[in-house]
Design a protein around this ligand. Structure first.
Ligand code: CAA
Length: 378
């Protein structure tokens, strides 16, 4: 076991910290208030290699390891959880399945644009009647000889309104259950592919979440991703990577709220002394710090297993479960410790608490994480 970062990992973390301090954190409240997508920051992240971090250089990636990627999401999410999830959805749920399952032609066509951040990626699995029960999807793809014809719809798609490239799961043979699902690469602008509704959300307001509609969308044969009937595996293995990213986002939110609270407690005086002098509050801070550090260890361990090519589905689920619950725990306390100031938008902990909630829900709820973890026990 080695708990030290390499020189390269330290450099990546420093870069993410500087980028967050200069390009992300100062604007996070404004983006949240206006629910505006931080396109300029995303383009800058692309120039710094952050939209293609754990991918090889020959496709335009940064050639970094998974831990560098995870630390980047964590650092950015300290300043703005929306920016964190935009990058993680793009990397884990669109670029990753194309890199892992794509043909050489697909990789050459899509990866350079995605990994440089010139193009943005999204992932379509969830449907109105297929949330946690992902295998219940009803979007249909029919083989028409020289193309596939896709009909159906998706909901809650992160990056939906701004994405150029989409990895979409559709049913090609309902009688085969999970083995009847196939993955496809769709592009914005394909006739019949529309993006009708942008959701209004409790948090992560600067990240766009939309519906996708497919009405007789003709998808070229060469856009099939992986093999026919292997789409559920494409989705689940992508989510294994995605869950590490959401855990990192949650950890960043928790650490960000914790840091804000430490500063606040030192400066805020009540009953003639600063808040950190009240032992009841200081002990709660000790609990928060311990949970954050434990969450980070779980996440980095799961990330290390992925890096080494070891099974990491269960570890990723544990990391997501614990990091997201830690984010909710810490941000709720952070708001409480800020008192009335915590409830108004002048302080970032209000936004952080709203942002934290979704980490217990998307890319698999806490209950789904428990299904994955408990399923490995028996
Ligand atoms: N890796 C590889 N294979 C996997 C796998 C994984 N992580 N998980 C399951 N599989 C395989 C199984 O081995 C099994 O294969 P065999 O049939 O060959 O044995 C097959 O897939 C079916 O597995 P299950 O029987 O376990 O499938 P299930 O229908 O019971 O579902 C589940 C299990 C864990 C609940 C799954 O449906 C799930 O993860 N649901 C949550 C979906 C989710 O996370 N949705 C979020 C979408 S993205 C999002 O949030 C929006 C966004 O844009 C950010």
């Amino acid at each position: 076991m080695n708990f030290n970062l390499t020189k390269e990992q330290e450099m990546v973390r420093k870069l993410a910290q500087t980028f967050t301090a200069n390009e992300v954190a100062p604007y996070a409240a404004e983006w949240d208030e206006a629910a505006s997508f931080p396109m300029e920051a995303i383009r800058k992240a692309g120039k710094l290699g952050m939209m293609g971090m754990p991918f090889p250089r020959n496709y335009g990636g940064a050639g970094a390891d998974y831990l560098s990627y995870i630390m980047t999401i964590e650092e950015i999410s300290k300043g703005c959880a929306s920016t964190g999830v935009i990058i993680q959805t793009h990397c884990a749920l669109c670029a990753w399945p194309i890199f892992t399952y794509g043909t050489e032609a697909q990789k050459e066509k899509y990866l350079p644009g995605l990994l440089s951040g010139e193009k943005i990626g999204a992932f379509g699995l969830t449907e109105p009647n297929a949330g946690s029960d992902a295998a219940g999807l009803q979007t249909k793809a029919v083989d028409k000889g020289d193309h596939w014809l896709i009909n159906g719809s998706k909901i809650f798609i992160s990056n939906g309104a701004v994405a150029d490239v989409f990895v979409i799961m559709a049913m090609t043979d309902k009688s085969k259950g999970t083995k009847g699902i196939t993955a496809f690469i769709l592009e914005r602008g394909m006739p019949g592919f529309t993006i009708p509704k942008k959701e209004k959300k409790m948090g992560i307001s600067a990240s766009v979440t939309t519906e996708l509609h497919f009405e007789n969308v003709k998808v070229p044969k060469e856009n099939l991703l992986g093999q026919i009937g292997k789409g559920f595996k494409v989705a689940m293995t992508s989510l294994d990577v995605g869950r590490l990213g959401i855990a990192a986002q949650a950890l960043g939110i928790a650490q960000g709220a914790f840091d804000q609270t430490v500063d606040y407690m030192k400066s805020r005086k009540q009953f003639g002394r600063s808040l950190n002098k009240f032992q009841a509050l200081a002990f709660e801070m000790a609990d928060m710090k311990t949970r954050i550090d434990a969450a980070r260890l779980l996440l980095y361990k799961a990330t290390d297993r992925r890096e080494r090519g070891l099974p990491s589905t269960v570890e990723a689920a544990q990391a997501k479960l614990f990091c997201s619950e830690t984010a909710m725990y810490v941000t709720t306390k952070a708001v409480q410790f800020h008192g009335g100031y915590g409830y108004i938008k002048d302080y970032p902990v209000e936004r952080m608490m709203r942002d934290a909630k979704i980490t217990e829900i998307y890319e698999g709820t806490s209950e789904v994480m428990k299904m994955v973890i408990s399923g490995s026990l028996f």
